[in-house]
Design a protein around this ligand. Structure first.
Ligand SMILES: Cc1cc2nc3c(=O)[nH]c(=O)nc-3n(C[C@H](O)[C@H](O)[C@H](O)COP(=O)(O)OP(=O)(O)OC[C@H]3O[C@@H](n4cnc5c(N)ncnc54)[C@H](O)[C@@H]3O)c2cc1C
Length: 395
């Protein structure tokens, strides 16, 4: 068992030994993985030291103090936030050895192939099929809203392998090579002007059985691990008090206050104070979710944090745009719609993108269902199709 002091010492040794590659994402992060400092809570040999998630903060603080720039969110958010924990929980040793290090360095980009045109919230009802053929599975179907599929090397694929059992029981989960024949990725253009997610058509795509995560028919359980990690990833790490969008709003108020009359200033002060308090409550909720998640697989706390973060984010961006007035609609010079996330550079881009926060990774209504059922113990949602074979559900 490594103490906090051991973790700190190992991190300082890593920095010393890698001085000349600190700014090189692949080389440095490869060395970080090999030193067990990539995901400290993971087992030794798989990027970790078998420690706890809290010890990662020790590593991150030392690296940041030494000028190591993290590009995780820009480069491989889905691989790091969702792919790695799922491979770690359900992958064979071969899959772990093949994927975990390359996910962490960003050499392989990952995407999540769950949602389909007919099934998003009710993803357990998806119709895309995989049929076994010897040592392989042959997949046909369509996915949609697949973030980063246009640059992805691997995807987490949920498909139906047995249509004659209830919907949650006939799913299987695979790692699919996005460069396989039959994978056709087409961009979807968003209201932010970008196209960072896609529809993905799968036609006779062959996947080796060795790429399966979990047992055939047990894909729902594996998918749940991915989704729980997604919600923690989407709610983000706990930020310092008063930082982030609320800091921007306060700064903007400082700039604009002189242009407002006394009545408007009083209304804005009231609105900002309310948002500040909500931001602090959400921050503390995220701290609690992160602490619970330290113990292992994240639970419903991640869904609560995701719900609160997304809804507050929407209100915060509305306030920023309201206070900006017409200026808030302007794009900064140099803004160009591209297939990369540039929305964050403009106020209007952030406002438009924040609408998606309450949809991606499970809508706010679904998060409220989870909160109601799993935290408050309220009666469950109505699910008339839960126990009948999927093939008999009216389509
Ligand atoms: C920016 C963005 C990125 C995304 N990236 C990915 C990705 O990388 N991979 C991927 O697989 N998917 C991705 N998605 C898809 C996302 O997971 C789905 O959009 C989401 O789960 C909702 O599904 P849906 O769009 O089919 O809406 P629907 O499920 O059709 O829902 C429509 C409305 O009905 C409500 N509703 C549905 N069921 C219930 C219920 N039981 N109780 C109460 N209300 C209900 C919903 O809340 C919603 O308001 C992304 C979505 C967005 C917006």
């Amino acid at each position: 068992m490594y103490t906090d002091a051991d973790v700190a010492r190992r991190t300082e040794e890593l920095v010393e030994a890698s001085r000349d590659v600190l700014g090189d994402q692949v080389a440095f992060r490869g060395a970080q993985y090999d030193a067990g400092l990539a995901m400290v809570h993971c087992p030794e040999g798989h990027g970790g030291l078998g420690g706890n998630r809290g010890q990662q903060a020790i590593v991150d603080d030392i690296l940041r103090a030494n000028g190591v720039t993290y590009e995780d969110l820009r480069i491989n958010p889905i691989g790091i936030g969702m792919g790695a924990p799922t491979v770690l929980a359900y992958g064979s040793e071969d899959l772990k050895a093949k994927h975990l290090r390359r996910i962490f360095t960003g050499e392989d980009i990952w995407c999540q192939l769950f949602s389909e045109p007919t099934h998003g919230s009710d993803v357990a009802g998806i119709p895309s099929r995989a049929v076994r053929d010897g040592d392989e599975w042959v997949v046909n179907g369509q996915k949609v809203w697949t973030t980063l599929a246009h640059v992805a090397d691997f995807g987490m694929l949920l498909v139906r392998t047995d249509p004659d059992v209830p919907k949650h029981k006939g799913l299987s989960y695979f790692v699919v090579d996005m460069h396989s024949p039959g994978v056709d990725v087409r961009p979807l253009y968003q209201m932010t002007g970008e196209a960072e997610f896609n529809e993905v058509f799968l036609t006779d795509v062959r996947i080796p059985d060795t790429n399966r995560l979990g047992a055939a028919g047990d894909g729902w359980r594996v998918a749940t691990t991915t989704l729980m990690n997604e919600r923690v990833a989407l709610s983000g790490p706990p930020a310092p008090r008063g930082s982030g969008p609320i800091a921007e709003l306060l700064e903007l108020y400082g700039e604009r206050a002189a242009t407002l009359d006394e009545g408007a200033r009083a209304v804005w002060r009231d609105r900002i104070a309310g948002l500040w308090i909500d931001a602090e409550v959400v921050r503390l909720t995220n701290v609690r979710a992160a602490q619970v998640a330290m113990g292992g697989v994240p639970g419903p706390e991640g869904s609560v944090a995701k719900l609160a973060t997304a809804e507050l984010g929407k209100r915060m961006n509305e306030a920023v745009l309201d206070l900006s007035g017409a200026d808030g609609l302007l794009h900064e010079p140099g803004y160009a719609p591209t297939r990369a996330s540039t929305w964050a550079r403009t106020r209007s881009g952030r406002f438009l993108r924040s609408r998606a926060w309450t949809i991606e990774g499970g809508t706010s209504e679904i998060m409220r269902n989870i909160l109601g059922e799993r935290v408050l113990g309220l009666p469950g949602d109505v699910r008339p199709d839960k126990d009948i074979p999927w093939s008999q559900i009216p389509k």
